[in-house]
Design a protein around this ligand. Sequence first.
Ligand code: SAM
Length: 272
Amino acid sequence: MTDEFTTPRTVEEMYGESDMDWDDAVSLADRSLDPRPRTSLYDTFATLGVGEGGYVLDIGGRDASQALDLAERFGCRVLSVDPVQANIDWGIENIAEHEYGHLVEIKLGTINDIPAADDAFDAVFARDMMGHVADLEGALAECRRVLVRGRAMVIHHVFATADLEPKEWNRVCADLALIPERLDAEAFEATVEQCGFKIESIERIGSEWLEHTLEADDGEKRLLRAARLRRDKDRMIDGIGVSSYRGVLGNTVWTIYRMIGKLEDRVYVIRS
Ligand SMILES: C[S@@+](CC[C@H](N)C(=O)[O-])C[C@H]1O[C@@H](n2cnc3c(N)ncnc32)[C@H](O)[C@@H]1O
């Protein structure tokens, strides 16, 4: 899309008379395009038809918040699995306090070593975690092992677009513990199919979830935060340490890239 804009504009075009002035252009861009909310992921999950009595794996579930949402919305049982002990401890607290906590369990594990029997689940839910997976073939084979044959996975994942420069790609992956190859959509789709899954649908969410959040929240601070993190780098690192600094800066830049189209959110339904 941006290729058509590579021809340089003239100074006359830039500053001279035009048929649209700045205020008109800005007011056009200030109108909502009715972006989908993040909860559209649950609408996609609903198409799988899993309800009460169903058993779902939320892989890379961190603090079990999505697992609890799934239990509340669909009445299903959910196992949340995550490799980080701090997330498991956090999840145990969330589950204990939640009205639907009796339907949710959390266990330590990875997508390559899921603590569950063969054919255990009616669906697998994977939100924003595939980027961390070094062995994608092994991970998908393990998901197939625990899924009842013929059932599906809903995967939310963020991919690089043609606008993400190689240096930006490597840097943001290094800061966020992501595997650079995972941001390649074509390679991801090829691996999914090689592993015996059929891609049933692809929703290109792009920036919509973030637009929806920002339209509801006037207090968006990410651009300001990125500027301050860069300008006061040494003092911030003294205060919070290099690892936290990289995490906050990487996450802030990641979100900005998703907003400006260097990264693209997508939701896949793949069937075993
Ligand atoms: C960006 S967070 C997303 C958490 C949650 N799914 C959500 O959408 O809020 C990524 C999660 O993936 C987990 N993770 C990292 N490597 C993983 C692996 N190999 N298998 C399973 N989960 C993993 C991390 O511990 C973290 O909780």
